[in-house]
Write a protein that binds this ligand. Structure first.
Ligand code: HEM
Length: 162
């Protein structure tokens, strides 16, 4: 991202922060409208979840100038999302809902530069999360070998070669 794009993302985020609760409500409303299949993954209280999302976005947006300070937290967030059942393809409707929400909140300030800058920022964040999800999946331990009765039964029917 260029320094100008980073500034654009930061200044426009400052404009929506005072209406963070409303923005989060709009965001989830839109997300569940365009991707109803993701609704069951959200188990917590949605206003609390909205606050968490806006807080994390705030941290990420401010950290864009010092990426190394936010990358580990964003990677951890990615791994957590794997546990929620989130898949790579879900990042698309989330992007759409986020950009739509910013458009609603920013009005005239949602210009072409803001759009491009936010798209870049989202791609950066989501790629970091998705890469961490893939790395965690690749490292996941294989299913444990059956032991005890089941192992004996299995080796009785299909003895492993000596
Ligand atoms: C840049 C992208 C994203 C950011 C910044 C983000 C941020 C967050 C944060 C901060 C939390 C709370 C984590 C905690 O409790 O410790 C969270 C939870 C969650 N996120 Fe995301 N998220 C993103 C993308 C997505 C996507 C693509 C999905 C897919 C639908 C998703 C679904 C969820 C779910 C299901 C939870 C858990 C909700 C619950 O506990 O009820 N997120 N997210």
């Amino acid at each position: 991202m260029t320094p100008e794009q980073i500034t654009k993302v930061q200044t426009t985020f400052d404009m929506v922060e005072p209406i963070a609760d409303k923005a989060a409500e709009l965001f989830y409303g839109r997300l569940f409208e365009i991707a109803p299949e993701v609704r069951p993954m959200f188990k917590s209280d949605m206003s609390e979840q909205g606050a968490k999302l806006m807080r994390m976005l705030g941290i990420a947006v401010r950290g864009l100038t010092k990426l190394e300070t936010i990358v580990p937290a964003v990677q951890n967030l990615g791994v957590k999302h794997l546990e929620y059942g989130v898949k790579e393809e879900h990042f698309q409707p989330v992007a759409e809902a986020l950009l739509w929400t910013l458009e609603q909140g920013l009005g005239d300030a949602w210009d072409e530069e803001a759009k491009v800058a936010w798209t870049e920022a989202y791609v950066l964040l989501s790629t970091t999360m998705i890469d961490a999800m893939k790395a965690a999946q690749a490292q996941a331990p294989a299913a444990p070998k059956p032991t005890g009765f089941w192992a004996k039964l299995k080796s009785f029917f299909s003895p492993s070669p000596a």
